[in-house]
Write a protein that binds this ligand. Sequence first.
Ligand code: FEO
Length: 399
Amino acid sequence: MSVVSIKPDIYWVGVNDRTTDLFEGIWPIENVGVSYNSYLINDEKKAIIDLSKAMKTDDYFSQISQIMDIKKLDYLIVNHMEPDHTGVLRTLIKMVPDIKILGTKKCKEMMADFYQITTNFQVVEDGETLKLGKRTLQFVYTPFVHWPETMVTYEVSTKTLFSCDAFGGYGALTGTIFDDQCDNMNFYEAQSLRYYSNIVSTFAGPVKKAIKKLNGIEVDTICPSHGLVWRKDPGRIVDLYSTWSDWGSTGGELGVTLVYGSMYGNTEQVMNAVAHGVSEENVPMEIFDCARTHTSYILPSMLKRKGVILGAPTYEVACFPPVRNLVKMALEKRVNNKDVAMFGSYGWSGGALKELKSIIGDKWNWIKDFCFPGGPTDEVLEKAAAFGRNFAKELKKKF
Ligand code: FEO
């Protein structure tokens, strides 16, 4: 993409990434991509806010050159040190050796660790301002959204918030950077939720604190470092992030995520009966085959829906590994306060139930479970339907 003017003197100069398969080396984005949004302020003093992952470096710097002589850059504002926003840092410094780098004290430490860059770094304090000319930047600390060094930058005269990871999402930009020109907002909102549940939800508490802190600032446009620029309705993405961070503590909305794995189809057969029982109670539900669906796609549903039903056969006297791994990741991502039930087939001994109970402990509210030997009989299938129905009934009482 080429440079996009956002406001007088303020430009998008980011990188649209459609070739990375795994974000952070874990999370699949091969079908949707992601953008690394970088912003240039071309005032009397010239500042660039966040950079890009180390890719398409020529394209990235040539965009800046379309606006100004890159050697005349005065400041680099590092809202967040993670390499998806600093990957071209060493190259930039070779081009502009005297550029002054601004960030938090923690950012300075991390920059030394990641890049061994220690010179020309100026620590900014929470609330400090920097006058560029017509434009004035204010720095607001937002630690742990996403790493400890993170801050956001607010341009006072245009009421523009450069929020880095906060309010960002997966999804390469498709011709426009702006929400008001985008004809597929459902896609970006869904990809923002997947990004939030994969990357940010561990830090739901800091997200809430940041939103509360930023509440006193009048914001006209939100410019995150991933995904769309929100100029038509910046409140929309703030509301979404606020709701998602609440789900981490409330357990979410009425609904069930039914996750199962099955070696030979026995647990799957019972899963269908359990699902039928849930459906009879008209409770919203999403079903995932855990062995065939990346955790990335299951976490949004688990974060959103209060109920979790796990279908896991016993595997070598323990839990079917894909279900075990999913539950562990969900707990790490602070998918909290769930009502949970479990069912599954076993061969010669149980083990899945015991292991899941040990992993989950008192972090989720254990409602019920049943395990059955081998393949399901008619009696087991009837029991499974009642199990699903009763779980859904119990869940509905809470809403
Ligand atoms: Fe987009 Fe936490 O980096």
